[in-house]
Design a protein around this ligand. Structure first.
Ligand SMILES: [Zn+2]
Length: 310
């Protein structure tokens, strides 16, 4: 037998093994990411070995998503479900996983990664009932606007991808190392830039900003929602107007998907600006990736002069 022929036989034998056990090597890891920030992180850490489906856009309120057929189809393909957890997607993710998720992406499996499980959460509650509004008893799930949390989750994700797709372990580790180096430097820059926000008062619509505020030691003066998940009422806004007058509130922060009416009402009467922040990747045309998301957020928050109420 010639060398060439031997080599051909070997190739055929290898192909046979691959066909017989298709799970032994992943061509591509299909990642179902619930929100744009996790989709962006999955692209950064997964690189060429992953295909990412973002279930929502920055213009959608992730608390309220419909389990529509396109999401079921994406879930059917998933090798990894990468979401926030802590009940953020409780209204739709469990339905999708139950109806369309394979055995490898069920809760407690390798293919199930809930970011909020890996960071310290604000406002964990022992008791929560309906009278408190739409609260998250496992703590505030809006964890992604503290960049330290992003780094923690990036590392968890790289480890998880290496488990699911061991052939590319070295690549996932290298991608994380590169991400981590750049991110550490960015955090230093952002913290320097954000130092002027220390102690400054902000009004938010929903406490989706809690981790950003805590990270930069900003002061959450009030929420436009009377209770989490309950839309602003006239009575609540009147009360805010009275309590916030003369308090040197710097701005009202809103996400791309929140109704601006209440913010505008209060903004006019208190003579304070509304800051439209991207909230997540794709929230405006400049916030094209995770780094840009923080660049734009810090840039917008610090561009404005310190406001003094009369
Ligand atoms: Zn929420």
């Amino acid at each position: 037998m010639t060398y060439r022929l031997k080599k051909l036989y070997k190739v055929i034998a290898v192909l046979g093994v691959l066909i017989a056990s298709p799970s032994s090597a992943h061509a591509t890891v299909n990642i179902f990411a619930c929100t744009p920030e996790w989709a962006a992180l999955a692209e950064d850490i997964g690189g060429a070995h992953v295909k990412v489906k973002a279930a929502t856009t920055a213009q959608q309120d992730v608390h309220h998503i419909r389990a529509k057929p396109s999401l079921l189809a994406a879930m059917r393909q998933a090798d990894l479900v990468f979401c926030t957890g802590a009940s953020l997607e409780i209204g739709w993710l469990p339905i999708l996983v139950k109806k369309a998720g394979g055995p490898n992406v069920q809760p407690e499996t390798e293919g199930w990664l809930m970011a909020a499980d890996y960071v310290e959460k604000i406002g964990m509650m022992e008791h929560a009932d309906r009278s408190m509004g739409h609260v998250h008893p496992e703590g505030n799930p809006h964890i992604h606007l503290n960049p330290h949390n992003i780094l923690t989750i990036a590392e968890v994700l790289s480890t998880r991808l290496a488990l699911i797709d061991p052939d590319h372990r070295a690549d996932y580790q290298a991608n994380f190392a590169r991400f981590s180096d750049a991110w550490d430097k960015n955090i230093v820059t952002w913290q320097k830039q954000g130092a002027m926000l220390n102690g400054q008062k902000f009004v938010v619509y929903h406490n989706a900003w809690a981790y950003l505020l805590q990270w930069l030691n900003m002061d959450a003066a009030a929420s436009l929602e009377p209770k989490p998940g309950i839309p602003p009422s006239a009575a609540h806004l009147e009360k805010l107007l009275t309590t916030l007058k003369g308090q040197n509130v710097r701005a009202i922060i809103v996400t791309p998907y929140e109704n601006r009416k209440a913010a505008e009402w209060l903004s006019t009467r208190l003579n304070i600006p509304i800051l439209d922040l991207p909230f997540t990747v794709g929230g405006n045309t400049e916030a094209t990736n995770l780094t840009r998301l923080f660049d734009v957020t810090l840039g917008t928050l610090t561009a404005q002069k310190v406001h003094k109420n009369e």
